[in-house]
Design a protein around this ligand. Structure first.
Ligand SMILES: [Zn+2]
Length: 229
């Protein structure tokens, strides 16, 4: 650890009390325990009968987002936060008795996710998705917030900044998004599209464990910044 970072660690320790050290690649990053006691909802989109966007070689949105979400949960819990997941396995939240009535199942699934978030009294919601377009040319992670939510916008901006900084592969800016989860949740909420599965280069990144780890890290860093500012 460089001398300046030791001093930073010590002064933060004096200011904020307990600290955590997290190792990312070869860098040791120091955080104050600003997430201790926070309640954070993490929503891995899709699952079960709903695969989400489809990529090459059987790559599915539902699997990518669950993996990133579980990695994010580990980081948040290490920082002392209490994490509420809308799903932890490859399942959707609808009644399987509805069979192939997929649009009804989708609605029920989303309603139940929102109920979990709102009943948990989560302070923020991060919903994780993968983007897809007909054209292969688009790429880059992007955070969306609900129209009229200043806190949601602030959260999205912090996440976007961290995504740009850590992934170093996009200049995307935050955008308003008309998503059910964002509209219906009672807390500041963001929907992060972690990349485009329709872009071959990005699809292969999304398939890799290392990149998913970086994604989780960037989202974690963005959440931390949101409360440190
Ligand atoms: Zn999705």
């Amino acid at each position: 650890m460089a001398r300046w970072s030791v001093w930073l660690f010590l002064s933060l320790a004096v200011l904020f009390g307990p600290l955590i050290l997290v190792r990312q690649n070869s860098n040791v990053v120091i955080f104050s325990a600003s997430l201790a006691g926070r309640v954070i909802a993490v929503d891995p989109g899709h699952g079960g009968v709903d695969p989400g966007a489809l990529g090459p070689d059987g790559l599915l949105e539902k699997d990518i987002v669950l993996d990133v979400a579980l990695r994010l949960r580990t980081l948040l819990q290490a920082a002392g936060a209490s994490v509420v997941m809308t799903r932890e396995t490859d399942t959707d939240l609808s009644d399987s008795a509805l069979g192939r009535q997929y649009s009804r199942r989708k609605r029920q699934d989303l309603e139940r996710r929102v109920r979990i978030v709102n009943e948990s009294k989560a302070e923020i919601l991060v919903s994780i998705h993968v983007n897809s377009m007909v054209s292969a040319r688009w790429s880059g992670a992007q955070a969306f917030f609900a129209e009229g939510s200043d806190e949601g916008q602030k959260l999205a901006q912090n996440l976007q900044e961290a995504l740009r900084e850590y992934l170093k592969n996009t200049n995307r800016q935050v955008a308003r998004g008309d998503f059910y989860m964002l509209r219906q949740s009672n807390c500041p909420a963001v929907l992060v599209e972690v990349g485009f599965i329709s872009n071959p280069r990005e699809a292969s990144l999304l398939a890799s464990e290392e990149y998913r780890r970086q994604l989780a890290w960037a989202i974690f860093a963005g959440i931390l910044r949101y409360w440190q500012r």
